[in-house]
Design a protein around this ligand. Sequence first.
Ligand code: SF4
Length: 134
Amino acid sequence: MDIRGHHFLCMLGFRGLGYDDVFIDNMYKIIRKLKNKQHMLIKAVDNVDNICAMCPNNMDGECRIENYPGSVKERDRAVLKILGIKVGEAVRYRDVVNKIKENMTEERMTNICKDCEWFSLGYCIEGFRKLKGG
Ligand code: SF4
């Protein structure tokens, strides 16, 4: 399974909102699978992944909104850099979650995600706070 960097943060606060029903269903399935198989190796990427696979913005393997609002790819790279994960690296989900706990901060997350249309809902940061135990 491929997961792009910024999606590791999206998954923390996902509450069933998304681009359409197919996208939402796929997102739930992936989150469930990763939670149930935390030891499974996944590939951290900075391009379309298994979540994008069912997204209406995925146009022939490219994100249609890559440059709006702000580069999606740059968000992936910024998240992975903070977590100390290389683009293309094979990682276990439980290790990614631990790295988020250890290395991500609200300030860093806000800097990366502030221009995303979903961030202002507050769900993502609440999911992050929950993970941190706050
Ligand atoms: S909007 Fe772009 S990055 Fe987000 S899930 Fe869809 S294709 Fe992937």
